[in-house]
Design a protein around this ligand. Structure first.
Ligand code: 6PG
Length: 246
């Protein structure tokens, strides 16, 4: 496991507040230094409160929202990560539609994945391989938010699925046998190329998995692979007390 930094907060509400504040601070800093902030959002339930607390007064016209993964359902489906983000954030901020990069869960998975990779290339391709960002040809997000599932998955990189081993493509379709469904997900190279990765994890039910993920990089636990290829890079763990309290 690469070097990691943990930030523990009293409870889920305090964690959501602190993480939302940090995302806002990081956004303002990136915009000041680079003119834009590219943020990949995590799906699931943990980030909901944090998204509700993101500052509506941020310079959203300079912020680009990406998705770490999406369920292969239409955007108005209750399982859609986009719908969750729309309800907790997009409906209350003034952000240009072109800045919201939605994974098209309603499309055929392989087509949607390739379209999303093309959008990453269009939007961030110029930063890939530039002198500023070294030789990497992988698009560089400023910040990727991630969660952990009870089985050690992150984004839609589920244990035993094809996407976990993907090291060339940046976005792939992924059949998840355990869910009997298709997902679209960014791949480890994209998460590892991000300037920062913030795992936001809350709840006693994640405690055992977190300790396993921290113990070692293990392909059976995809969350433990994030940051591994960056050697000493730090992956940040934003946690509530319940997930660390013995
Ligand atoms: C998704 C997420 C997924 C999530 C974990 C944790 O699409 O479900 O991207 O990786 O982060 O499953 O989900 P909870 O926050 O709901 O526990």
């Amino acid at each position: 496991m690469s070097a990691a930094r943990a930030f523990v907060h009293a409870d889920a509400e305090a964690l959501a507040r602190a993480a939302a504040q940090e995302v806002g601070r990081a956004a303002r800093e990136a915009i000041e230094f680079r003119g834009r902030f590219d943020l990949a959002l995590a799906g699931g339930s943990t980030p909901k409160r944090m998204y509700q607390l993101l500052d509506a007064a941020l310079p959203w016209s300079r912020i680009h929202l990406w998705f770490g993964d999406e369920r292969c359902v239409p955007p108005e489906h209750t399982d859609s990560n986009y719908r969750m983000v729309r309800e907790t954030l997009l409906d209350r901020i003034a952000i240009p539609a072109a800045n919201v990069h939605r994974m098209k869960g309603e499309d055929e998975p392989a087509i949607a994945a390739r379209a999303y990779e093309a959008e990453l290339r269009r939007e961030l391709g110029s930063t890939a391989g530039s002198a500023l960002h070294g030789a990497s040809s992988t698009p560089r997000l400023d910040l990727a938010l991630l969660g952990i599932g009870p089985d050690g998955h992150t984004a839609s990189l589920f244990p035993g699925t094809k996407a976990v081993a993907e090291r060339q493509r940046w976005c792939v379709e992924n059949w998840v046998e355990a869910k009997q469904s298709w997902r679209i997900t960014l791949t480890l190279p994209v998460f590892d190329a991000a300037r920062r990765v913030m795992f936001v994890v809350a709840g006693a039910d994640k405690r055992e998995m977190l300790s396993r993920v921290w113990a070692k990089a293990d392909p059976a636990l995809p969350a433990s692979l994030v940051g591994a290829s960056r050697g000493s890079s730090t992956v940040e763990w934003w946690l509530d007390g319940a997930v660390v309290r013995a």
